[in-house]
Every structure is written in structure tokens, then in C-alpha cells.
Design a protein around this ligand. Sequence first.
Ligand code: SF4
Length: 288
Amino acid sequence: MIDVTIDQGSGFCFGVTTAINKAEEELSRGGRLYCLGDIVHNGEEVARLHDLGMDTITHEQLSRLHNARVLLRAHGEPPSTYDIARRNDIEIIDATCPVVLQLQRRVKDCYTENGDRVQIVIYGKRGHAEVNGLVGQTDGHAIVLESVDEINCLDFTRDIRLFSQTTKSIEGFRKMRDEISRRMTGGALLVSYDTICRQVANRVERLREFASRHDLILFVSGAKSSNGRILFNECKDVNPNTYMVSSAADVDRKLLDNIKSVGVCGATSTPRWLMEQVKEYITNIDNE
Ligand code: SF4
């Protein structure tokens, strides 16, 4: 008999849970609700909310929309989105995570205070919604760096303020901070702010420990989730017998041959019900 365990620490973070609760609350009032971008990087959860009446739209579609109700997801938005909403009589249901909101304010204050006298650097994924929201606080002046290999574009003779996207790894952030610090010259100052969300960062060590305890790890995540890819790689690092699945339908039965224990876990964008479905699927195969 296969022992199947769901990692208790996996699943939606507090920001995503709050956004989904807000969406469900709005949907219960009836009428059409739009969400700007996927509410969570998980196709199954997006489809579930779509069935309840929520349509996902792009920024391009938002600019053509009028007199509607639009939910902003946990990642946050740049000021330009709020401007469009005002112009188009759109009612905003703001589900920006408070942690992201606070980071946006810090970046904005830094820009308001210093203007172009300092280089504002965001360690994050170019084009990611949260990063776009942060860059928007600086009128597009912030420099986005994805890895330490890209720091050559900085001017080390001028002051730098370094922030991080909330879901980046602490290790990657420290590496970037240390390398920039090492290159600073002529009295220029680097001030770094570790703005990584501990809801995510604290999961890594625990998840690695969980992954090492099982014969097989099924990591449930949507392909679009960057947090999913990071956490999947952490599991794979300690347990090479780790596979990513987006739902129970993706589980290859052959993986279960000669397996005694399966660990089911996921990203901050993975709904618990999806992990439970994967567990149920394995249990049913085992009972056949
Ligand atoms: S990872 Fe942290 S900052 Fe991002 S939405 Fe979740 S709780 Fe908020």
C-alpha cells in the first residue's frame, strides 16, 4: 500500500487566499466580474472561478472596457492601471497583497525622494506583473535585473537602491547585493532592502525536508508559476524522483511502480483541492 502525504505548508499564500476570497465575495453579489490577468498562476483555479462568473482580461482589453467591475490580483498594478480605471468608470476591487502594496510604497517613496539621482534596481523577473507594478512607481525608471550576470549595465560610480520582487530567492538576492557592493566605487553608496516575502522564502527549507522523506514527489503547479518552478527545483535538488504535474490527469501510473511513499506538494499558487485530487487519484490506483 502506498502512503500518500500532502505537504501541509504547500498551497496558497495569504495574499492569494485573500484575493480569491475577495473574488468569491464579489461573485456572490451577481453580475459580471473581470480580473486583470490570471488571479493565480494556476489554470485549474482560474477555470473554477471562470465557472462562477469571473472573466480574465488583459491590459489591452481593460483599456477598451467601460462601466465594469475589475478585480486587481495580489501581484499589484502600476499607477497607469488606476488611471485607466478612473477614465473608463471602472470600479476597482483591489486585492493587491498588503506586502506588495507596502513594497510599492517604498519604491515610490525612494523615487519621489531621489528622482534620477540614484539608480533604483529591482531584482526580479522582467515582465512579471508584480515587477511591472513596481517599475510603474518610478515612471518606468527602475532597472530590472534577473540575475547577477546582468549587473554590468549599472553605473557603479553612482548611488544604487536595491529592492527585490517578493518571490525571489534570498540566496539570489544576497548574491546580487554582495556583487554590486563589491563593484561600487568612488564613494558611491549601495543601500539594499531585502523585500522578499517570508511566506514564500520560509517554505524552501521545510519543503526540501519534506521532499527528502518520500520515494516520489509529485509537485502540483501550473506551468506559468515562477514560484512553482523555483520550489519544484528545490524539491528536485534533494529528491531526483520529483515530477511536476498540473493535475491528477498528468500523473504517469508507471511512476508509482515499486513506490512506498509519495509526497504531494505545490507552489503558493496551487489550490489545496488540486493536491487532494492528486492524492485521491494515487490512492484509487493503489486500491485497484
Ligand atoms: S507571496 Fe507574499 S507578497 Fe506575494 S502575494 Fe503571497 S503573501 Fe503576498
